[in-house]
Write a protein that binds this ligand. Sequence first.
Ligand code: ZN
Length: 351
Amino acid sequence: METLKYVPKSIVVTMRGAQISQPGGDFEIVEREIPKPGRGQVRIKVQACGVCHSDVLAKEGLRPGIQYSRIPGPEVVGFIYQVGDGVSNWGMGQRVGVGWHGGHDGTCRECRRGDFNSCRNLQIPGISYDGGYEEYMVAPVEALVSIPDSLNDAETAPLLCSGVTNYNSLRHSGAMPGDLVAVQGIGGLGHVGIQFAQKFGYEVIAIGRGQEDAALAEKLGAIEYIDSHTTNAAAELQRLGGAKAILATAPSAKAMSELVNGLAPHGKLLVVGASSDLIEVRPIQLITGSKILQGWSTGTPADSEDTLHFAKLTGVRPMVEMYPLEKTAEAYARMMSGKAQYRVVLIMRHH
Ligand SMILES: [Zn+2]
């Protein structure tokens, strides 16, 4: 047993986790056996885990094939506490994270073309296997993200999901430094999106509902704030020259539909706020000026490392509210209320 040498002297055999026993069930704080890493896996001592809106999929059973009981949590930060067989490039004590991209098969058509993010058998922590709402979790090495020392646990967790989504979609948007870029929604995604956009050198316009977020949007790097309650945001973007990209983060298809006319020629509406209602756009709106409507889903672990490196260099950080594991239900409710400022993160206190 090659792995035995890594087991610490005082062997703790159980840990706490927040599980969902059945679709639609409540969070239960349970004592469980500490999971062991298999071949090609590591055990992570979890330090922090973001509470993401996508956790609703596991909690309510909105995705087929989820096996219960299930521990949610796809924004995990910790350090490697045990290494499984066959793992050579990651070591004990190394700070790591796991985001939405929780593993790929390496054999499907997309993986063979190097498009790991589109893997047909993509694994998602908290959905395909237990995520980070627990003191220790097991993850495959291809899902691991190396974390720079200067980033703290609580602020790093959301960067592995909302952070990489913002960073990756913007850097592939085609917008160049100095271009006009709008960020719609000043929430969990948008308040980080504004920062990335500003650090990329864009002329950033923030779009929100009401005046309450205006001061924060400008503090985060927007040069102008548009209140879509009182102003036609698309018309205002056109008055400013048209947006090369609009990062649409608020989960409102109606609000997104209203922004298509704010795009510059060849401009791109980046759809990242997940909702299931319909975006309405007339073909002629897209044809005139060859506009583009594009969805975007997070990124690979390597993309997450790029995101963290950039955040380290530029100071981009999410704003977080922290809760202990035993208050998972409260933390989840706070996230679902939409009132959190702006990301909710569980902090582990190991005993
Ligand atoms: Zn694959």
